[in-house]
Design a protein around this ligand. Structure first.
Ligand SMILES: *Cc1c(COP(=O)(O)O)cnc(C)c1O
Length: 388
């Protein structure tokens, strides 16, 4: 029952709307912009915060804090959409949105690797990563609405936003056409929805000409960091090519706002099943009640929690790392206490491309020829017959 006591202290963005609205009006004033501009994703992209002084002004940071942001920015770029900026609580130094968006000096700690998953070693064709027999990912851009501080593909973010050329995309699609065992194509980046509707429509119609492609999935964080991107035009483009799935990436209940809810609902109304891939991050969501609140809130907007990823040992992200025990404890805390629908699979990625590997708390205590001994979510043990 602890959750009942604590849940109101873990605020969703909707529950902290007043403060977020206040931040939004501050940002609009600074940029001399209107509500109408705010709701345009092009405006959001063109006005991303990329200067430490501007961030400092909105959050009321000290000179020292501002200099640190500028210093880290020399190594790792940052760009924060005005929308995502408005979610940062200026009164909370440990705000989970701030932690995900604002550069930290810990990024300069020299541990970890640039490409721990060895994606570059699993590239049969430019833009493609293929680790599994029947499915692959195509990275169509390196652009994002916001550059997450824990990004697993930091090495590709670089200084400039570039979409893949038509020629490279064509080659990637040809690879899919040649390899008849590929039945599931995952379009990601960067952020797949950074492409224009026309480009997305073209990729989809090319893939749909390939008989063996059964499902198409998009990986995008735009519902979270740039919900204005989910427009009627985009949704209409997607729904012409069903079955299309979208996996998005909420990490914190504070990311659940009126705008992100609307974005998810537009996608869901177009018949697109929505999944969430959370990354377990120290100081953001390594707390069982935060994860429960997040997952339950996601279900209310028709987003099914799909995966919780254990953080990868990417260089420049060590302050986000957690122990595997923390992930197991979170999984343990969910089962029985919330809907099975709110329980994702916890995944540790094998190094060097060994792949997604699930971890569960142990419920099977013994299994023999005649009997098995299990424990339930409350720790009560029971025996079941196993002699068929
Ligand atoms: C994550 C990933 C996939 C998709 O994995 P699912 O478990 O099917 O969601 C496919 N290919 C690569 C290279 C991946 O990293």
């Amino acid at each position: 029952m602890d959750y009942e006591r604590i849940k109101n202290d873990i605020k969703t963005g909707i529950e902290d709307e007043e403060k977020i609205e206040f931040q939004k009006s501050k940002i609009l004033k600074k940029l001399s912009a209107t509500n109408e501009q705010w709701s345009s994703y092009r405006w959001q992209l063109a006005n991303r915060f990329t200067r430490a002084e501007d961030i400092a002004e909105i959050l009321g940071l000290s000179q020292e804090e501002t200099e640190k942001i500028a210093l880290v920015g020399k190594t790792y770029r940052y760009a924060i959409s005005p929308y995502y900026m408005s979610l940062i609580d200026p009164d909370d130094n440990s705000c989970p949105i701030r932690r995900q968006a604002i550069p930290s000096v810990h990024e300069l700690d020299d541990v970890g690797e640039l490409d721990p998953m060895d994606e570059s070693g699993w590239t049969p064709e430019e833009l493609i990563t293929r680790r599994y027999p029947d499915r692959l990912i195509i990275k169509v851009t390196n652009q994002c609405g916001m550059y997450c501080r824990f990004c697993q593909r930091r090495r590709l973010i670089g200084e400039h936003d570039t979409h893949a050329s038509g020629e490279k995309l064509q080659n990637a699609i040809e690879y899919v056409r040649r390899n008849k065992e590929i039945r599931d194509v995952l379009i990601t980046g960067g952020d797949a929805f950074m492409l224009e509707d026309e480009a997305i429509g073209w990729i989809l119609s090319e893939l749909r000409k390939i008989k063996h492609v059964e499902i198409i999935r998009f990986g995008t964080r735009t519902p979270v960091t740039l919900p204005q991107r989910i427009t009627p035009g985009l949704v209409n483009t997607l729904k012409k090519h069903h079955p299309v799935f979208v996996n998005t990436h909420f990490n914190s209940p504070r990311e659940i706002t009126g705008e992100s809810k609307k974005a998810c609902e537009m996608l869901a109304d177009a018949g697109i099943p929505l999944g969430n891939q959370m990354v377990l991050l120290n100081g953001v969501n390594n707390n069982k009640y935060v994860v429960r609140k997040l997952n339950q809130s996601l279900l209310t907007m028709r987003v099914k929690p799909y995966y919780i990823f254990h953080p990868k040992t990417v260089k420049g992200t060590s302050h986000f790392w957690v122990k595997i025990q923390e992930g197991i404890e979170i999984m343990e805390s969910l089962r029985g206490r919330t809907s099975g629908m709110a329980i994702p699979t916890y995944i540790v990625n094998g190094p060097k491309g060994l792949g997604k590997t699930p971890i569960l708390p142990n419920y099977l205590l013994y299994i023999g020829e005649e009997k098995a001994v299990l424990r339930n979510w409350q720790g009560k043990c029971f025996e079941v017959e196993n002699s068929v």
